[in-house]
Design a binder for this molecule. Structure first.
Ligand code: FES
Length: 131
């Protein structure tokens, strides 16, 4: 966790309210190593919530169809592999094979109209802007 790191990943209005979108980012660890880091961003009205795109059951991405993260009612996140569902506000699995465990939360903020990831060092899309 890097308290000073802030990276904008998309505009707030790029995600409609009550929708979730996936982002495949590249994180940089303290040794400078890069690793793929896939996250889910949920927008609910003025709120944004972030979770690692990794099911606590088998460690797979939740969206088996790209950007299909929500259950048929559109009120919980759902894993496409075995159908576990997760509370939007907490990431807690409320039904399915990993019931009781939870998605890993990711700190997000809306700054100047952009949704930003806080506290993680990421590779910029333009690699020449490496911090
Ligand atoms: S891998 Fe997600 S519910 Fe099994």
């Amino acid at each position: 966790m890097r308290p000073d790191a802030i990276y904008a990943i998309c505009g707030f209005n790029d995600i409609p309210s009550r929708k979730a979108m996936g982002f495949n980012l590249i994180a940089v660890d303290d040794h400078g190593n890069h690793r793929p880091w896939s996250i889910i961003v949920v927008r609910w009205g003025k709120k944004v919530l972030g979770y690692a795109n990794k099911c606590p059951h088998n460690g797979v991405n939740l969206d088996w169809e790209r950007n299909e993260f929500l259950d048929p009612c559109g009120i919980r996140l759902m894993c496409g592999k075995h159908g576990s569902t997760f509370e939007l506000g907490t990431g807690r699995c409320v039904e399915g094979p990993c019931q009781g465990s939870a998605l890993t939360p990711i700190a997000l903020a809306v700054l100047d109209g952009d949704i930003c990831v806080l506290g993680e060092r990421l590779v910029e899309e333009d690699a020449s802007l490496d911090h």
